[in-house]
Design a binder for this molecule. Structure first.
Ligand code: PMV
Length: 317
């Protein structure tokens, strides 16, 4: 009745931004990500008799409010699927700043999906686990898998699945996270997506354009064409943020723009570096291993964490 799991975060190269069905968590567009080795969540789930509801502790602190509701809703789904009747004590350690646009929810719900189903005695296949994780947080369905992952929007619940992209390992691929603000963001990604869908005149264009970028990104990844991958990823990020900006919201801070401008100057001088950003102000640089030292020197005024493609979710028992 107890199990522990670890999952890495993933960062999208082609962003998921918008839902066509928020009950079933079906995205408006397909997306592509890389699971990283630098940031992860470890979660232990223990079902106990006598508990009146699920209890959730994050980094040793008891969580209440909206974040607890979200975890409890997710646990209710796990109970429906596994037949478990008890409530659980859930203890998570986040080795990634929480809700700061560093995809902490992707690692959190992927680790919780595995620990909670295993503790309930259920052995889910990876596709089943990925589908389950999606209900906690859309991007979590990609963190179940290692390396480069495609989340196909599909046509229904059944065909809406994430799976690794068939390709050779890309050991030289690097992402450098520039830590601009560790604090939890004021606007969570769920709400920001909803506002984009409701208020952005660019939302339709965003979803169609994102879908068109999927095939070119898959081929560029399969052929290890770094510049093409970087350009497409940066474009996807800018277009996602543009759709949000047009709804009157943004995550960019002055330091984010400083980093983006610096990347552009480096590109102008011939360095193969690109940026991406998620629902937060932190900027992630995409580069190859050979350029890491140069980039760490160029961005020495930022706290930087270098990540490589990482593993999928795994049991720690
Ligand atoms: O899965 P969520 O609700 O945390 O949304 C993720 C949104 C982005 O990180 C901005 C994009 C993505 O595809 O991961």
């Amino acid at each position: 009745m107890i199990a522990t799991a670890r999952a890495n975060t993933n960062i999208a190269l082609i962003k998921y931004w918008g839902k066509r069905d928020s009950q079933q968590m079906l995205p408006s567009n397909s997306s592509i990500s890389v699971t990283l080795d630098g940031f992860y969540t470890e979660t232990q789930v223990e079902y106990q008799t006598g508990l009146m509801s699920d209890e959730f502790f994050l980094d040793g602190e008891r969580v209440i409010g909206k974040s607890l509701d979200r975890v409890q809703n997710f646990m209710d789904r796990i109970r429906r699927v596994t037949g478990m009747t008890q409530y659980a004590r859930i203890q998570s350690e986040n080795h990634v700043p929480t809700e700061a646009g560093l995809a902490s929810s992707s690692s959190a719900f992927s680790a919780l999906a595995l620990a909670a189903t295993q503790a309930a005695g259920a052995e889910l296949s990876l596709p089943e686990l990925s589908r389950m994780a999606r209900y906690g947080s859309g991007s979590a369905c990609r963190s179940v898998y290692p390396g480069f992952v495609l989340w196909d929007k599909g046509t229904d619940e059944e065909s809406c699945v994430a799976a690794p992209i068939a390709m050779e390992a890309w050991d030289d691929f690097r992402m450098i996270a520039l830590m601009i603000d560790h604090r939890a963001k004021k606007l969570d990604s769920r709400e920001a997506m909803k506002r984009t869908q409701m208020y952005s005149p660019y939302f339709e264009a965003w979803t169609q354009d994102a879908e068109r970028m999927i095939q070119p990104m898959c081929s560029a990844l399969q052929q290890h064409r770094f510049a093409a991958v970087g350009k497409l990823a940066q474009q996807s990020c800018l277009r996602m943020h543009a759709s949000l900006l047009a709804a009157g919201q943004w995550y960019l801070q002055a330091e984010s723009l400083t980093a983006m401008n610096r990347v552009q100057s480096l590109q102008d001088s011939g360095v193969d570096v690109y940026f991406t950003m998620d629902a937060g102000p932190n900027v992630k640089l995409l580069c190859e291993a050979k350029d890491v030292d140069l980039l760490l020197a160029q961005f020495s005024d930022f706290t930087a964490v270098v990540c490589r493609p990482g593993e999928g979710v795994k049991s720690l028992d």
